[in-house]
Design a binder for this molecule. Structure first.
Ligand SMILES: [Fe+2]
Length: 148
């Protein structure tokens, strides 16, 4: 799998976890799905920041998109952290998850529509495969530190 394909796969997983969260009001299910979502968001953002963004900076027209990416990851982290302090029994939990969903889905769409095509255009097949390998390695390193 090339690097962008693997990131798009993460994006799909993130979208499906948000759908799961939308589809339930049962507190334990909400908590479980949210925990999974928080973990994958952290691992995914780390992989993008450590591998994708530095490489993508060499591609034309990406600087602003990457700066925005870092900012949006920070904002997403803060939103996840805030939700962690709310009990999934409370109505506020779902409200805040919905805000996170709106924000994150917009971020994922922007990457897929603006950043990823530029990266694809500027890297050859070999480079894209290398990117995939580096992303996998980074995720494997980050994952044990994230799972609680
Ligand atoms: Fe992403």
């Amino acid at each position: 799998m090339d690097g962008i394909e693997s990131l798009e796969k993460d994006h799909d997983r993130i979208r499906s976890l948000f759908s799961e969260l939308e589809g339930t009001t049962e507190p334990q299910e909400l908590q479980d799905s949210f925990d999974k979502l928080g973990n994958i968001l952290t691992i995914h953002a780390e992989a993008e920041e450590q591998v994708l963004y530095p490489e993508a900076r060499n591609c034309e027209g990406t600087a602003e998109l990457i700066d925005k990416g870092y900012q949006e990851h920070d904002k997403g982290d803060q939103m996840v952290l805030a939700i962690k302090s709310i009990s999934s029994n409370e109505a506020e939990f779902k409200e805040k998850v919905r805000e996170l969903q709106e924000f994150m889905l917009n971020h994922l769409d922007e990457e897929e529509n603006d950043l990823f095509p530029r990266v694809r255009q500027c890297m050859n097949d070999k480079k894209m495969e290398q990117l995939g390998t580096q992303l996998q390695e980074t995720k494997a390193n980050v994952a044990p530190k994230v799972v609680d």
